[in-house]
Design a protein around this ligand. Structure first.
Ligand code: ATP
Ligand code: MG
Length: 557
């Protein structure tokens, strides 16, 4: 093999492990991962990191990846969440090989528990939750054995079966593994395997009133599915010993658990618990509010799946925790949209511009390409007449020296149309400018001049007689840079993070498809809102502005 043919070094430590395992044939050449969300909320951008990692391994190493719903807590789980999770994984561009629910395994998991009891490795404990906590000890002090720890196998089996049969109220008993109350790893101090919970489950209904705990369910589900690399976030590092204990004790097929650092990011909250509060309190317009760091929120905001995958690629996968700058995600988005989004005209805060020397009834058409670097996107013609809309922010009455846009006496270019010079300003009774009157130079047709006369400012515009009204929703960060604090509800949230303005778009966009993405020239990237945009009454979400603070920071070094 020549130097240039050398395979690239693995992109992260998990890929290095997988490549090593493939080289040594550890799993008979198999790579089988899973993404195991609990259906207790919508997925957020942190989950995207785990999705890209797990599905990406399957894709790149000819393996498989399961979608597994970790649905062992009936009180918090709902079908709506199951549906949204599937939609989000698909939208990100991934297809699961199998879809499973941990609840599919309830009978098998129960049998494993019975087996542990028979082996003398599990017992029914009748201490209260509070007592169990007290008996557990601390990092410095070992725990104490429960007085119920030495119950005989028969008594345990009888009690456990009666727990299942519904003879006891919630909290009366739990099933615990019998491991070591003095273990330096607190997870190993006789962890709870089952609890009583008289609650209907979204899939199993009222078939069960005992539910297995996460630590017991997870390793067994991985084992039943033949997972090879069970990848989770670092908080579960201490749980690995229990993962191994359960599978070794039961003598079951044994995947390996690996941990990586979860995604932390400025300006977001990546915890379903916190996000659910915002939804329930009505601070946001649902889980897919365009300010939410959920995958559905990013989608509604106008993010592309490609940009989120690119972001996950760039942040990498490591064991050391860090905080990623939100601006990196926006940078990935702009790169993608810059290459693809059609350029169109929209005036967000309209100001009337009248060309006093333009024939009253004349209408011309000017050709606008959709994309400056992509001819295949084609072009369209936009009407031009005496009455136009320009952006209010493109006019200033008392302009400073370096103002290149419109001001009294100044000449600017109307994009692809003509040069115009401001000759008069009209104000209302309160002194606000309501109209600017201009003269145009017919010799500058197309937006350039033969005599070499230069204008620095180029403005976008719309024919007021033809433009379609539109609503624009402009977003700011909902969360402060460091994320929300834990104390007061809604503490530190930017409640002014949504600004709604009403303006105009070019005629063809009145019928914009919900979800359609574009760049309004000079203004930013937008996406027609999937909930509120209607034919004839389009609503556009600003996905992001045009300025890339991340790229600028990178240049500065
Ligand atoms: P939350 O704290 O938001 O409730 P969770 O970890 O409880 O998240 P799960 O549904 O259990 O949510 O997560 C499914 C998978 O996504 C897990 O494997 C988990 O490790 C991973 N995951 C969750 N949050 C992040 C994150 N911020 N970065 C990377 N992976 C994450
Ligand atoms: Mg969880």
């Amino acid at each position: 093999m020549s130097d240039t043919e050398k395979p690239a070094a693995p992109k992260n430590f998990i890929r290095a492990i997988v490549e090593d395992d493939l080289a040594t044939n550890k799993w008979e050449g198999r790579v089988h991962t899973r993404f195991p969300p609990e259906p207790n909320g919508y997925l957020h951008i942190g989950h995207a990191k785990s999705i890209c990692l797990n599905f990406g391994l399957a894709r790149d190493y000819d393996g498989k990846c399961n979608l597994r719903f970790d649905d062992t807590n009936p009180l918090k789980e709902e079908v709506e969440y199951v549906d949204s999770i599937q939609e989000d994984v698909r939208w990100l561009g991934f297809t699961w090989d199998n879809r499973f629910f941990a609840s599919d395994y309830f009978e098998r998991i129960f049998e494993c528990a019975v087996k542990l009891i028979e082996m003398g490795k599990a017992y029914v404990d009748s201490l209260s939750a509070e007592e169990i906590r007290q008996y557990r000890g601390t990092l410095k002090e070992p725990g104490r054995n429960s007085p119920f720890r030495e119950r005989g196998v028969e008594e345990n089996l009888d009690l456990f079966r009666r727990m299942r049969a519904g003879e006891f109220p919630d909290g009366a008993h739990v099933l615990r593994a019998k491991i070591d109350m003095a273990s330096p790893n607190i997870v190993m101090r006789d962890p709870t395997l089952y609890r009583i919970r008289h609650a209907a489950h979204h899939r199993t209904g009222t078939n069960w009133c005992i539910y297995p705990m996460y630590d017991f369910t997870h390793c067994l589900s991985d084992s039943f599915e033949g997972i090879t690399h069970s990848i989770c976030t670092l908080e579960f590092e201490n749980n690995r010993e229990l993962y191994d204990w359960v599978l070794d004790t039961l003598g079951l097929y044994h995947p390996r658990q690996y941990e990586f650092a979860r995604l932390n990011m400025t300006h977001v909250a990546l915890s379903k618990r916190k996000l659910i509060k915002l939804v329930e309190s009505g601070v946001v317009d649902g889980w897919d509010d365009p300010r939410m760091p959920t995958i559905s929120g990013f989608r509604r905001r106008g993010y592309t799946p490609e940009s989120i995958r690119d972001f996950c690629e760039r942040i990498g996968v490591a064991r050391s925790a860090n905080v990623v700058d939100y601006a990196l995600l926006e940078h990935c988005l702009r790169e993608d949209l810059n290459a693809r989004a059609p350029r169109v005209m929209g005036v967000l805060r309209p100001l009337k511009l009248t060309i006093v020397n333009y024939p009253e009834d004349q209408v011309e058409e000017f050709e606008f390409p959709y994309h400056p670097e992509d001819e295949s996107q084609g072009s369209r013609k936009l009407p031009f007449c005496r009455d136009l809309w320009i952006e209010r922010t493109d006019f200033m009455e008392d302009a400073p020296k370096k103002w290149f846009r419109l001001a009294p006496g100044k000449e600017v270019r109307l994009r692809y149309a003509y040069y115009v010079r401001c000759v008069e300003v009209v104000k209302d009774a309160s002194g606000e400018v309501v109209e600017v009157r201009c003269e145009y130079d017919p010799a500058t047709k197309g937006g350039w001049s033969d005599d070499g006369r230069k204008v620095k400012g180029t403005l976008h515009w719309l024919s007021a007689r033809h433009a379609a009204p539109a609503e624009f929703r402009l977003y700011d960060h909902l969360f402060p840079a460091e994320g929300p604090s834990d104390e007061a509800e809604g503490d530190g949230l930017n409640l002014d993070s949504l600004e709604i303005v009403r303006g105009y778009v070019e005629p063809g966009l009145a019928q914009a498809e919900p979800g359609w993405r574009c760049q309004f020239e000079r203004t930013g990237y937008f996406c027609a809102d999937t909930r509120h945009s209607k034919p004839g009454a389009p609503v556009f979400n600003r996905t992001t502005g045009l300025r890339d603070s991340f790229a600028r920071e990178m240049q500065k070094g």
